[in-house]
Design a protein around this ligand. Sequence first.
Ligand SMILES: N[C@@H](CCC(=O)N[C@@H](CS)C(=O)NCC(=O)O)C(=O)O
Length: 236
Amino acid sequence: MADERSNASPLVLWGCSTSRTLRAHWALNELGLDYEHRPIGPRTGETQTEEFTKLNPRQKIPLLQDGELTLAESAAIVNYLADTYGEPHGLMPAAGTEERARYDQWAFFVMMELDAHTLYVIRKHRDLAYLYGEAPAAIRTASEGFAKQSAVAELEFADGRGFLLGDRFTGVDILLGSCLDWAVAYGEPIGERLAAYRDRLNLRPGYVRAAQANFFTRPELLPPSLQGDVASAGPS
Ligand SMILES: N[C@@H](CCC(=O)N[C@@H](CS)C(=O)NCC(=O)O)C(=O)O
């Protein structure tokens, strides 16, 4: 549950319906934190309003407010929540430890190699081609890149570990799990161990509550093909 700080300054999360916003909902729900949800959606004009632009000049979701702090970037939000409200759940290894260095390695890897360089490239030039243009070669190489890089994450599970860092669920599982949902929604193949890991993640009560808030507060924002299918809902 929220500590004294959040009781004094309620957490507010802006955004719904995408894999990036799911990450923030998931961290909040894993930690059992109360928060106010402002369910604005992408490409609705709702990220362009004067009120939201003042908070986030990037005009992007998710955005977290915690008292005086206003924080953008889904991975930064997950890490902030894990760091600030993590105990006793331990969603983030302590700073200065080898485990924390591995956490950071995986966090940057997932955000760069799986989100920005591959899945989002596919999204930009396929579903959002009307905005970013058709680029079949970029889609093909991004798809190959996702296969190659996700295979590295698959290898990590060869020792039978439950989560990316070992036996403990942490914030990097939120980052990787959200990308696996995204990949499955896009028909990008994932390895057997990653598929089993994703199944386990999707059964977590924190994930189920987060997915409900993220995807079904405004189900009209989901692509028609995904409506009614939480675990397969991808970003927009
Ligand atoms: N790197 C950012 C990406 C955020 C982002 O691009 N969000 C998209 C939706 S997934 C957005 O808000 N786009 C603005 C809009 O469509 O109005 C993060 O991980 O938070």
